[in-house]
Ligand binder design. Structure first.
Ligand SMILES: [Zn+2]
Length: 154
């Protein structure tokens, strides 16, 4: 049982033991998801390397920019400041240094990836229903009734 993993394999991953997980990163304050992220190796999450962000699209591919072009990482929902852009000197690699306790994280399984990417697309196209994404993060499943209630109130 080894589905194509879709993880990025490179020197950074190899330096960290050669294994990875996907994490859904959410704002600690309002619990709304911030990004989908490939975490390489063990240890606590202190930085988000820009080349490891998978969603949303607006946060992807930013590693090609100069440091001064990178904005602070802010929750798109409640504007809570989550991290500041840095260059991780050891690898000359762009990252956001996270403030302690600013984000929550949840391990994402391969079969959940597509749904979560869709959530982020919806978020970007402003069809996003906050409560549904929150429930995805907390692992709770909303009933059809609850979902309809949320739509009706929009
Ligand atoms: Zn927030």
């Amino acid at each position: 049982m080894s589905p194509k993993s879709g993880f990025k394999h490179d020197k950074y991953k190899n330096t960290r033991g050669g294994y990875s997980r996907w994490l859904l990163i959410a704002c600690e304050k309002c619990k709304v998801p911030v990004c989908l992220y490939q975490k390489d190796g063990p240890g606590i999450l202190k930085r988000l390397y820009l080349d490891r962000v998978i969603a949303p699209v607006k946060l992807c591919g930013l590693q090609k920019n100069a440091l001064k072009k990178i904005e602070k990482l802010v929750c798109s929902h409640c504007s809570f400041l989550l991290g500041v852009p840095i260059i991780y000197e050891k690898e000359n690699r762009l990252a956001w240094r996270l403030f302690a306790g600013a984000v929550e994280k949840k391990i994402v399984k391969a079969n959940e990836m597509e749904d979560i990417k869709e959530d982020f697309e919806a978020l970007e196209s402003s069809k996003f229903i906050e409560s549904i994404a929150k429930s995805r993060f907390s692992g709770k499943t909303l009933s059809l009734e609850e979902v309809q209630k949320i739509y009706r109130h929009k």
